[in-house]
Design a protein around this ligand. Structure first.
Ligand SMILES: [Zn+2]
Length: 245
């Protein structure tokens, strides 16, 4: 029997769909702020990445707004210009072959907590993702517009999944879009919890590092990220069907 079947979606089509959805998911969780921020993603092993063209808010990005660029920020597919600050991403990709998605955004609680210059404390089960897994970058020096500044950020991130950028925002990374998006959503919430406890004036009770490490293994398995991503992307698609355009 001759079959003419082909995959419904190529890997590239799926990556672009999920990347566009990632913007809408993060918009719904307080990461959209005017034109600030960027999300990039690549297929494993590729030395180029997809990003939205410069000038769109997180609430506007559709699949057709994505362009592919190389690590020197040359646009390889698409015709629109991209953000000049994307060396935040390129230097992390170059140094970390296992990272395939990077999120940079300016959500309010992370910016407010970051301005205190404090390490993040683990006060609840969901925040255990960041036990020994959250860097602080406390050297704000203006816009990141060249490779050297991007390299400083990549060095500060080191082997952590996320970083709080003092006076600026956050970085969240992952081996796939699901891992990075869940980390970004969770970091903003964990910073809000830290702020709330600081504002209470009471000493909060932290989860011990040992219990946090155990809990993290229990609830942050690879399939857990995918399940949470399925939920968030389903909700975002229902609310924003235009994202597939
Ligand atoms: Zn920024």
């Amino acid at each position: 029997m001759v079959t003419t079947s082909r995959p419904l979606h190529t890997q590239k089509e799926l990556l672009k769909r999920d990347l566009a959805l990632a913007f809408r998911v993060l918009e719904r969780h307080g990461h959209g702020f005017g034109l600030a921020g960027h999300i990039t993603a690549r297929s494993p092993g590729e030395d180029s990445f997809w990003v939205h063209y410069w000038g769109l808010g997180f609430d506007e990005v559709c699949v057709s707004d994505l362009v592919r660029a190389d690590m020197d920020l040359n646009v390889l597919e698409g015709e629109r210009a991209i953000n000049v600050a994307l060396h935040i991403h390129t230097r992390i990709y170059v140094a970390n072959p296992h990272i395939n998605t990077i999120i940079h955004s300016h959500p309010a609680a992370t910016v407010a907590f970051g301005a205190l210059g404090l390490p993040l404390k683990i006060y609840d089960q969901s925040s255990t993702l960041f036990e020994d897994n959250c860097a602080n970058f406390n050297e704000y020096g203006g816009l990141v517009v060249d490779k050297a500044e991007g390299e400083a950020l990549a060095a500060a991130l080191a082997n952590k999944q996320v970083a709080i950028l003092q006076n600026h925002g956050l970085l969240a990374t992952g081996g796939n879009i699901a891992e990075a998006v869940i980390a970004a959503i969770q970091l903003e919430r964990s910073c809000a919890l830290n702020l709330a406890i600081l504002q209470s004036g009471q000493p909060g009770i932290e989860i011990s590092p040992e219990v946090a490490r155990l809990t993290r293994k229990q609830i942050y398995r690879p399939e857990s990220f995918l399940n949470h991503w399925a939920y968030h992307s389903r909700r975002a698609l229902a609310a924003n069907p235009d994202v597939l355009q």
